[in-house]
Design a protein around this ligand. Structure first.
Ligand code: LLP
Length: 428
């Protein structure tokens, strides 16, 4: 029997998601299809918000839009009172479109161009500078009232080297020894309010990693406060809260995380004379990962002397995480929830590369052509990392809520592959 989690329910062996029959969605919208539960996004946000606020009232959640930047998802979070962590002018524009006021948008980009800096200043969002170079160029374009600095706290964490974003090999942030100079320069230029930020990595299931890194950030904050005389409006711990992907993965104890991190925070801001800054977090995955499944149809069942392959219509063009990070995504056979997992398959996509594997050596019920698979935890870094590789139009997204559903991103058509392309005059 396949284990059921989150907004998924089992109706006589058939998968429903947030009150909607997966088969009905597929009949209407085809596959591959991302299905997103509004209720689950709200639940995840509120669970986290409650856990944090029970230890410190002045907390703010900045949803990391890179995980899923569909504007309906952004709208849901805006109505919950969330702020946004944006990493590109594109994410800023989408957030503005979703009605986030600029003061609830925090930009944390790296390798940022001058025209992008100008756009950010004009948009009046809060900027987190990532380098002295960026600060210098920013101040020549305009002096914001409030400015934040991304620090490399020298402690990185995360489930894969690609997603560890602090420490000696990291391109992100400013090292502690250089930080006072950055604040001093900004202060001299006329900046009057400040924030401080870090983001150590992603998919962290271990409370201790957050505590260690935050302790370091607070110590750096103290030094800056003492040497430059700046106060902080906010101290931002970054994102990275992990979620279980395997059915036996541990779940991060949110109350413990909140208690440990905020007890430390309150003690240090008191001892270091840092006033009462806001405490920010920037979760992406935690808010949206388990709020979405990817539905994909089986078109091929192939047996070789060594393997059983299940060929589906979603490859790494649709969900790149298994190929890019070796990530595990649990798979349910949406039309066979009551059957036992008696066969072992590699679930593969339509991309012409051998690395196009959604699941390797996976035990599943016996599969036939036409079966419908649900790939779980597809909400974070699913659509947002998808591509048109192999000239395949991108998937559609549907939002579901208490039994109703609506299309929130149209499936691309073949014509979309031509968008922006021009045949060279001399080739006509
Ligand atoms: N804040 C900053 C500055 C970030 O760079 C990130 C993620 C986050 C917040 C949110 O991290 P989260 O809470 O989602 O872990 N594509 C990878 C994840 C890359 C994350 C990069 N930065 C994946 O699919 O696992």
């Amino acid at each position: 029997m396949q284990k059921i989690v989150g907004p998924i329910t089992n109706h006589n062996g058939k998968l429903w998601f947030d009150g909607v029959n997966a088969k009905e969605l597929v009949d209407k919208f085809d596959t591959p299809l991302f299905v997103i539960s509004e209720n689950r996004i709200r639940e995840n946000y509120n669970r986290l918000s409650k856990a944090l606020k029970s230890n410190y009232q002045k907390t703010r959640i900045c949803y990391a839009a890179k995980a899923n930047s569909n504007i309906s998802v952004l709208r849901i979070l805006e109505t919950e009172g969330s702020s946004v962590d944006a990493v590109s002018p594109g994410e800023v524009s989408l957030s503005l479109k979703a009605s986030f006021p600029p003061e609830r948008i925090l930009f944390t980009g790296t390798s940022v161009r001058n025209d992008e800096l100008k756009f950010l200043i004009d948009s009046k969002v809060t900027i987190n500078v990532d380098s002295f170079s960026q600060l210098d160029r920013l101040l020549r374009l305009g002096v914001p009232n409030l400015l934040s600095v991304r620090i490399n706290p020298e402690i990185g964490a995360g489930y894969h080297s690609h997603v560890i974003t602090a420490g000696k090999d990291s391109k992100f942030g400013i090292w502690a020894k250089d930080a006072p100079r950055v604040y001093e320069t900004a202060k001299k230029a006329g900046v009057s309010r400040f924030g401080i930020h870090m983001h150590v990595g992603s998919g962290i299931l271990n409370v201790k990693a957050f505590v260690l890194a935050l302790d370091r950030l607070l110590e750096i904050s103290k030094k800056i406060h003492k040497s430059v005389g700046v106060d902080f409006d906010f101290i931002d711990m970054g994102g990275g809260i992990g979620v279980p992907y395997r059915q036996d993965d541990p779940t991060l104890d949110l109350d413990l995380l909140s208690h440990k991190v905020l007890t430390l925070f309150k003690r240090r801001i008191h001892d270091y004379d840092l006033g009462d800054p806001f405490f920010y977090v920037e979760p992406g995955r935690y808010i949206v990962s388990d709020a979405s499944i990817l539905l994909t149809k089986v078109n091929t069942v192939k047996t070789t002397p060594f393997k059983n392959f299940v060929g589906v219509d979603a490859g790494f063009n649709t969900l790149v995480r298994p190929t890019m990070y070796g990530s595990y995504h649990h798979i349910l056979v949406a039309n066979k929830l009551d059957l036992t997992e008696e066969e072992v398959y590699d679930v593969v996509g339509p991309i012409c590369e051998s690395g196009d594997i959604l699941a390797k050596d996976r035990q599943l019920p016996k599969i036939q052509e036409g079966d419908l698979l649900a790939v779980l935890n597809a909400g974070a870094y699913g659509f947002s990392m998808s591509s048109q590789y192999n000239a395949r139009p991108r998937a559609a997204e549907v939002l579901v809520k208490n039994g109703k559903y609506t299309l929130i991103r149209k499936r691309e058509k073949l014509g979309d592959l031509l968008r922006g392309q021009i045949i060279a005059e001399w080739l006509k």
